[in-house]
Design a protein around this ligand. Structure first.
Ligand SMILES: [Zn+2]
Length: 530
């Protein structure tokens, strides 16, 4: 094929791509064509996963019926109060003694349409578990579905429009359903998969996050947790962020780390743009001007950091090989005005090693400034990701590592993050809430009490702030704690593990964070602005 023929084909392909459906208003019913396709295509995927065998627990069996309603196949009647069956209106929310609404979970079902294949770490099961299994997070707080899709204007405060367009073109070329055969999907890079619904899922997550901002800005909820996927914190303004500690310095050769759109940054930009001015809209009850994004995913939030750095006019080195002469370009992508650089704070708590061997390699001890604070934690125990070594540990060995990881977290966050956050005095805290540091996952040794402590510590350091939390990573979709199997011919006493009901690790860690959000009293003194 000649170059000109390929160019003509490319142009024809582009001409055939429909425009992005950036609807301002939510669809009239939850059953939009895209959603119905997503649920239809989910059924074979969830059947294939066969949770019944995997978990050995009847009430963890998940499937979808013809009415698009998630259900458990046992005790179905008692568990039919799912997110879709009984959407909880804002007026129905629990109220604290002071009268302010409490925590709400917003669930974006668009994320169920983002198929990465049953074997992919960032699978649809993550969201299914949080929303479907035995009530998921609804045991902790009230929940309802968000059907918004973020409009283009809300996305391009953070991302370049040609990056969003490239995502849309890639998704439009894929078959409408790609779950029957995983190979029908495509790869954005080495580990970020795409299907036809992927951009719709990412826009649904951003739409839910912006809806969450609306709810806290108008005092309809004290804080909101957004259950959505794919995650977002590794993607920068133009997609993958160059990994300066690795030999691959070109963004084309880096990974978006399962992320498509930076949901937390889109929410932060929306908050500042829409509510960063007093009485910007009639129903506004808070001014959300000073925004702190706090990322506790076990991986450094390199995409969010790049976006926050871009709020100040600066020059960036182009990601060229070391042997090439240095080239720079000017970068500035404001959310509101010139005050962005001083009024947006980013803090990231993550694993890090000096050789840059742990993805994505940035966020080291020398990578902090007044408004960007990195808290690099050292790995404890087996090498992160070494599943066999983790599985070989006894319960007491795991407990010791958890103790060490929890102590280190409290020491380093208290010394490095909290004082800077206190000085910043945020109007809004956005958590990039990743749970892949949980002991049941593959990398680190946090327990539920560590997520609860971190949530309280960050909010205590931001006493006036409203809070929106957005799901990032967290992949332990299997039951935890592991059952202790007795060896044949031996008798043993019941262990403590036997007394603890098994639940998916992701649900445990996320539930602890959401419960901590819910326990937080409404901010005092009353928010400024009126
Ligand atoms: Zn992660």
């Amino acid at each position: 094929m000649t170059r000109s023929t390929r160019q003509n084909d490319d142009e024809r392909m582009r001409a055939n791509v429909p425009p992005i459906d950036f609807d301002q208003d939510p669809p009239p019913t939850p059953k939009t064509p895209a959603f119905a396709d997503a649920v239809d295509s989910l059924t074979p995927a969830l059947d294939r996963i066969n949770l019944d065998k995997k978990r050995g627990a009847d009430d963890l069996r998940v499937s979808f019926d013809d009415d698009d309603e998630p259900r458990s196949t046992t005790s179905r009647d008692s568990k039919r109060s799912s997110l879709i069956d009984t959407p909880v209106g804002i007026k129905q929310l629990k109220h604290s003694p002071t009268g302010a609404a409490s925590t709400l979970v917003l669930y974006s079902k668009a994320g169920l349409g983002h198929d990465t294949g049953a074997k992919h770490q960032e699978s649809v099961m993550r969201l299914a578990i949080l929303g479907v299994v035995t009530g998921g997070l609804r045991e902790t707080v009230e929940a309802r579905e968000s059907t918004f899709r973020a409009p283009l204007g809300d996305v391009i405060r953070v991302h370049d429009v040609d990056y969003v367009r490239s995502l849309q073109e890639k998704c439009a070329k894929l078959p409408a359903t790609s779950l029957d055969t995983a190979s029908q999907g495509a790869c954005l890079d080495t580990d970020t998969r795409l299907c036809a619904n992927s951009l719709d899922a990412a826009l649904g997550g951003c739409g839910a996050a912006c809806e969450a901002i609306d709810l806290v800005a108008t005092h309809q909820a004290a804080n909101v947790f957004v259950a959505c996927r794919p995650p977002g914190h590794h993607v920068g303004p133009r997609g993958a962020v160059a990994c300066f500690r690795h030999f691959w310095k070109s963004p084309d050769m880096c990974s978006c780390g399962f992320c498509l759109l930076n949901t937390a940054a889109v929410a932060g930009a929306y908050a500042r743009y829409r509510y960063g001015r007093p009485r910007a809209v009639p129903e506004q009850a808070r001014v959300l001007r000073k925004v702190a994004i706090i990322d506790f995913d076990v991986h450094h939030g390199n995409g969010t950091e790049a976006i926050v750095k871009g709020l100040k006019p600066h020059r960036e080195r182009k990601p060229l090989p070391d042997s090439w002469p240095e080239e720079h370009h000017d970068v500035h992508k404001p959310w509101l005005d010139e005050s962005d650089g001083d009024e947006v704070f980013f803090g990231s708590v993550h694993l890090w090693d000096a050789k840059g061997a742990f993805y994505p390699g940035g966020g080291g001890p020398n990578d902090s400034s007044a408004t960007i604070v990195n808290v690099p934690l050292s790995a404890v125990g087996p090498k992160p990701g070494d599943v066999r070594a983790r599985q070989a540990l006894s319960a007491s060995q795991r407990a010791k590592l958890c103790q060490e990881a929890g102590d280190n977290l409290r020491r380093d966050v208290s010394a490095q993050l909290l004082p800077a956050l206190q000085r910043f005095d945020a109007d809004l805290v956005i958590f990039s809430a990743g749970f892949d540091g949980y002991e049941a996952d593959l990398y680190h040794w946090f327990r539920e009490e560590d997520y609860a402590w971190l949530t309280h510590a960050v909010l205590d350091a931001s006493p006036r702030a409203a809070c929106v939390s957005i799901l990032e990573g967290g992949y332990s979709t299997w039951d935890w704690p592991p059952k202790v199997v007795s060896r044949a011919g031996t008798r043993r006493k019941a262990s403590e593990d036997d007394e603890v009901a098994q639940r998916p690790g992701l649900l445990r860690a996320c539930g602890a964070h959401v419960a901590a959000l819910n326990a937080r009293a409404p901010p005092s003194p009353p928010p400024r602005g009126f």
